[in-house]
Write a protein that binds this ligand. Structure first.
Ligand SMILES: [Zn+2]
Length: 84
Protein backbone atom coordinates (compact mmCIF):
# COMPACT_ATOMS: atom_id res chain seq x y z
CA UNK A 1 0.00 0.00 0.00
CA UNK A 2 1.05 3.60 -0.46
CA UNK A 3 0.14 5.03 2.90
CA UNK A 4 3.20 7.29 2.92
CA UNK A 5 1.82 9.37 0.07
CA UNK A 6 0.67 12.80 1.09
CA UNK A 7 -3.00 13.44 0.49
CA UNK A 8 -5.02 16.56 -0.02
CA UNK A 9 -8.31 15.74 1.60
CA UNK A 10 -10.53 16.91 4.39
CA UNK A 11 -8.80 16.72 7.76
CA UNK A 12 -9.92 14.23 10.38
CA UNK A 13 -8.68 13.52 13.92
CA UNK A 14 -5.97 10.89 13.80
CA UNK A 15 -4.60 11.98 10.45
CA UNK A 16 -0.84 12.30 10.30
CA UNK A 17 0.68 15.67 9.50
CA UNK A 18 4.14 16.16 8.04
CA UNK A 19 5.72 18.39 10.65
CA UNK A 20 7.34 21.58 9.32
CA UNK A 21 9.51 21.75 12.47
CA UNK A 22 11.04 18.28 12.78
CA UNK A 23 9.86 16.62 9.52
CA UNK A 24 8.33 13.70 11.35
CA UNK A 25 4.68 12.69 11.19
CA UNK A 26 2.41 13.73 14.06
CA UNK A 27 -1.15 12.60 14.70
CA UNK A 28 -3.77 15.32 14.72
CA UNK A 29 -5.79 15.69 17.89
CA UNK A 30 -8.97 17.61 18.44
CA UNK A 31 -10.89 18.98 21.39
CA UNK A 32 -13.84 16.56 21.59
CA UNK A 33 -14.81 17.72 25.07
CA UNK A 34 -14.68 21.44 24.32
CA UNK A 35 -17.77 23.46 25.04
CA UNK A 36 -17.98 25.32 21.75
CA UNK A 37 -18.44 23.62 18.39
CA UNK A 38 -15.83 25.74 16.64
CA UNK A 39 -13.29 24.68 19.26
CA UNK A 40 -14.18 21.01 18.82
CA UNK A 41 -13.56 21.41 15.07
CA UNK A 42 -9.97 22.53 15.61
CA UNK A 43 -7.15 20.06 15.06
CA UNK A 44 -3.69 20.36 16.55
CA UNK A 45 -0.41 18.51 16.43
CA UNK A 46 2.26 18.42 19.07
CA UNK A 47 5.98 18.84 18.53
CA UNK A 48 8.83 19.58 20.93
CA UNK A 49 6.43 20.21 23.80
CA UNK A 50 4.54 22.72 21.69
CA UNK A 51 1.01 22.52 20.36
CA UNK A 52 0.32 23.86 16.89
CA UNK A 53 -2.88 24.55 15.01
CA UNK A 54 -3.19 22.32 11.95
CA UNK A 55 -6.63 23.17 10.60
CA UNK A 56 -10.25 22.34 11.19
CA UNK A 57 -12.11 19.05 10.83
CA UNK A 58 -13.33 18.75 7.26
CA UNK A 59 -11.01 21.56 6.15
CA UNK A 60 -7.61 21.59 4.51
CA UNK A 61 -4.18 21.90 6.00
CA UNK A 62 -1.37 23.95 4.54
CA UNK A 63 0.92 21.05 5.47
CA UNK A 64 1.14 17.62 3.91
CA UNK A 65 -1.28 15.23 5.60
CA UNK A 66 -1.85 11.52 5.21
CA UNK A 67 -4.47 9.15 6.52
CA UNK A 68 -3.21 6.99 9.35
CA UNK A 69 -3.12 3.28 8.56
CA UNK A 70 -6.33 1.60 9.65
CA UNK A 71 -8.44 4.72 9.69
CA UNK A 72 -8.73 4.67 5.93
CA UNK A 73 -10.12 1.15 5.91
CA UNK A 74 -12.70 2.04 8.53
CA UNK A 75 -13.66 5.10 6.51
CA UNK A 76 -14.27 3.01 3.41
CA UNK A 77 -16.53 0.66 5.34
CA UNK A 78 -18.53 3.60 6.67
CA UNK A 79 -18.84 5.05 3.20
CA UNK A 80 -19.91 1.70 1.85
CA UNK A 81 -22.75 1.43 4.34
CA UNK A 82 -23.90 5.01 3.98
CA UNK A 83 -26.30 5.47 1.10
CA UNK A 84 -27.81 8.93 1.02
ZN1 LIG B 1 7.49 17.79 14.81
Amino acid sequence: MSDDVAIDRALQPGDLLHCPHCRHWHALTGNPTAEHEYVRAMLFFECRNGRYFAGTIGGRSSYAVKRAAGLEERREVINGKTSV
